[in-house]
Design a protein around this ligand. Structure first.
Ligand code: B12
Length: 206
């Protein structure tokens, strides 16, 4: 199979749960950017697919939460559900690494796959979704990935400057920095999704 076929297959599976970002690179493109202990195993040309989501994922998660007592008993229901949703996309010989628990540097992977640039505040900024995305997992497939990955721009340059938003380092500061970004405002998360992401308060889900 070509890497495009793997990408379509994975996008088809994870898209059912609202994971609407799937982006490829070769393993060496990621590994050469990383400290040794964050590198992933495999051959240099292997395909890596970054899997992420925008606000599209949220209703899938809240529906699953409403219909499953099991999720409510978990200390981090969203991370648990992410594993349930993404797990089936890894076939034999393919390895799935989760951003919330495995040693994979999702921000570096986002830049080498061209998903986004690193904004002044350090958040990944996607050309359409702006900072309104989450980087969930990396799937390593032992087949040749795309060799001609566009060299990503290293950083954003814009007039509004999320870096000018300063204050006490709490979640409201990070929300203000996201809100300062002029890109992707139509893709802002709902209030429920925002608050849950920053506080992990399960009461918000009921
Ligand atoms: C560990 C971690 C944290 C820790 C970092 C502290 C520590 N001493 O370990 C804590 C829990 C504090 C944290 C907080 C936040 N995090 Co965080 N974090 C991660 C995680 C799991 C690994 C980062 C890492 O070690 N990288 C590898 C090393 C080699 O690279 P590094 O650049 O030196 O790593 C440092 C920075 O990444 C920094 N850091 C961690 N998160 C963030 C977020 C931002 C915006 C910045 C500027 C820096 C930063 O901490 C790392 C250790 O010092 C990644 C997911 C992943 N697997 O990549 C998410 C991740 C980087 N975090 C993310 C976010 C959004 C945040 C917060 C804004 C969320 C919040 N709850 O408020 C805050 C802000 C961080 C800050 N600078 O104050 C997102 C960024 C998404 C994006 N669009 O860019 C990621 C990718 C998670 C995701 N699922 O999408 N985080």
């Amino acid at each position: 199979m070509y890497w495009q076929d793997h990408l379509s297959r994975v996008a088809g599976i994870v898209g059912r749960y609202g994971f609407d970002i799937v982006a490829p690179c070769q393993l060496k493109h990621y590994n050469r950017e990383c400290p040794t202990d964050w590198q992933l195993d495999g051959k240099p040309q292997d395909l890596v697919l970054l899997i992420g989501n925008t606000k599209e994922m949220w209703p899938h998660f809240t529906d699953a939460y409403a219909n499953s007592g099991e999720l409510a008993r978990r200390s981090d229901p969203l991370d648990h559900w992410v594993e349930e949703a993404l797990g089936p996309c890894a076939r034999d010989g393919q390895r799935l690494y989760y951003g919330h628990r495995d040693q994979v540097d999702m921000r570096r992977l986002a830049t080498v796959t061209g998903v986004g640039r690193v904004g002044e505040a350090g958040l990944i900024v996607h050309p359409i979704f702006g900072p309104w995305l989450a980087l969930r997992a990396a799937l390593v497939v032992p087949e040749r990935g795309p060799s001609n990955v566009t060299k990503p721009d290293k950083s954003c340059v814009c007039e509004s400057g999320c870096q000018v938003v300063r204050g006490e380092n709490n979640w409201k500061l990070w929300l203000a920095r996201r809100d300062a970004c002029p890109v992707g405002r139509a893709h802002r998360y709902s209030e429920q999704q925002i608050k849950y992401h920053y506080t992990k308060d399960k009461n918000l889900l009921t």
